[in-house]
Design a protein around this ligand. Structure first.
Ligand code: 5GP
Ligand code: ZN
Length: 119
């Protein structure tokens, strides 16, 4: 699109609808879409539309954005029908935790039994 800013960030491009994704929920500040490599029957990624590298940067934004993200996670769980059976919200933060996309994203996982600790 001619008026969009170019960004190298994959999830900024998904938020801008420059890269397609299977969207589950959209609010003014958050977007939820299915993970391309699902690890459970429900595996949805929830991102703030604004770029923040990780959970620490999101928390430091201090404008209610982290609250919005968590509320969107629960809304996704309700939409997906896993709120009653149970679901997991994961924020992989840093390389050692397996973070591969450096635009903060919450994994919402459900629809099967989830082991703890996750390994
Ligand atoms: P991380 O390991 O950073 O916590 O999770 C990144 C997640 O993004 C992975 O689960 C991966 O499958 C997912 N992912 C990577 N590229 C894409 C993509 O282009 N589209 C979608 N929908 N998910 C992606
Ligand atoms: Zn981004």
């Amino acid at each position: 699109a001619t008026l969009s800013l170019v960004t190298d960030c994959l999830f900024c491009n998904i938020a801008a609808k420059e890269i397609p994704a299977e969207i589950v929920l959209e609010t003014d500040r958050a977007l939820a879409f299915r993970d391309i490599n699902p690890q459970a029957p429900t595996h949805v990624l929830v991102i703030p539309k604004a770029h923040h590298e990780n959970a620490a940067a999101l928390a430091a934004a201090d404008d209610g954005l982290a609250d919005d993200l968590l509320q969107a996670c629960h809304a996704v769980a309700v939409l997906e029908g896993v709120a009653e059976s149970g679901y997991r919200v994961v924020l992989n933060t840093g390389l050692g935790a397996g973070q591969t996309v450096f635009h903060v994203h919450a994994h919402v996982l459900g629809g099967r039994s989830l082991l703890w600790p996750p390994g």
